[in-house]
Design a protein around this ligand. Sequence first.
Ligand SMILES: CC(=O)N[C@H]1[C@@H](OP(=O)(O)OP(=O)(O)OC[C@H]2O[C@@H](n3ccc(=O)[nH]c3=O)[C@H](O)[C@@H]2O)O[C@H](CO)[C@@H](O)[C@@H]1O
Ligand SMILES: C=C(OP(=O)(O)O)C(=O)O
Length: 429
Amino acid sequence: MEQLKITGNPDIRLNGDIRIGGAKNAALPIMCATLLTHDPVQLRNVPTLRDINTTMKLLRELGVSVSELEHDKVTVQAYGTISTKATYELVKTMRASILVLGPLLARFGEAWVSLPGGCAIGARPVDQHIKGFQAMGAQITIEHGYIHAKAPEGGRLKGASITTDMITVTGTENLLMAAVLADGETVLENAACEPEVTDLAKMLVSMGAKIEGIGTHRLVIQGVEQLHGTTHSVVPDRIEAGTFLCAVAATGGDIRLTHVDPSIMTSVLDKLTEMGVELELGENTIRAKMTGRAKPVNLSTTEYPGFPTDMQAQFMAVNAIASGASDVTETIFENRFMHVQEMNRLGANIVIHGNTAHTEGVEAAALSGAVVMATDLRASASLVILGMIAEGTTTVDRIYHLDRGYERMEEKLMKVGAVIERVRSAEEA
Ligand SMILES: CC(=O)N[C@H]1[C@@H](OP(=O)(O)OP(=O)(O)OC[C@H]2O[C@@H](n3ccc(=O)[nH]c3=O)[C@H](O)[C@@H]2O)O[C@H](CO)[C@@H](O)[C@@H]1O
Ligand SMILES: C=C(OP(=O)(O)O)C(=O)O
């Protein structure tokens, strides 16, 4: 198992350019959407991530032809015999595998997808996906740990009016991918409008889908009989970008992010400004200058365009060394404070009360390096941020979580001044 060994320094400053990759959370549904046509689909700005590899493996296991990922381009073609079964072995390593359910069911009339288990940040049920497919006429049964979905007589889903109980990102994406090939009109109320959902919707439109209300909480879809191939460039990763901005907010310095889209990052950029980061926004660039100690910020996670839960841990890392107290409330997931204990091991002062974490900011010099355990993707990133500042060596263990969503994060950070080494854990070396 690999670890990151970070040589921390309270006086570290990050300086230079960082190129941001395509969004994991857009690339995953988009790759699954290639199942909706037998034509080739060319994707660009696809990030090199563990979850992308898993998706490529999953598609190949289904019989889809998937080229190698060259730089950031991949060509996918779901032509010929396609299996409709996504096995537990792959689904257990990536919950987003559930996103093959909608396209398989819509195009082939049947799908078997292993039920994803619980995970570090909460139970994360998929009942809303199932409820939506049922409304479209699918028969759903749970057999041997698998969701078995079958379209009505004739093999085609029927358009329906669906209101999900809560806003769900992958739920909206799954139902949207099913609706584009259904018979008739589907109305998705309470739909997620995260930029990654919008990117998927735009890609589907470029394949011939008929979708109105893109970017809103109400999607109206007129099902078509067939979709065709397309070329699509994945939207920039606003969470990767936000993570590097938090890094500079914590360390100080002057960095410039390239290949970003600031227009989809307003809530995060506003909070960084409140912390004292000076931002200069270009069309596809963000320059961030930070001098002095960060001001603490209160925040509460919520759906887009509100503050994203996927940025909560990274902001808490900055709050940990900010010049005062702050409260961070998590409203999306029931158990997304696993980083708190590890941050406290580095010297932070954070106490959890229900779904709020109260932080008393400490001086950067009060932190000291330690062995910490990454428990989920963004928790890992937040520990890397604090590890760069904590005097001495911080070892971040279990970085396979980090590699799920960050393209060689340590290389990008080293380019701007961090001292980080990727090593094999002692037991294995
Ligand atoms: C691959 C991907 O895009 N992952 C993102 C996606 O996850 P994901 O799509 O899994 O998250 P959801 O938006 O579905 O979850 C929101 C809330 O709804 C609940 N829920 C969801 C579906 C359902 O059928 N039943 C149910 O109860 C979840 O447990 C959670 O409490 O959106 C999250 C919220 O922005 C992000 O943190 C994840 O990074
Ligand atoms: C929680 C996340 O991803 P996933 O839904 O793939 O677990 C994330 O990207 O922070």
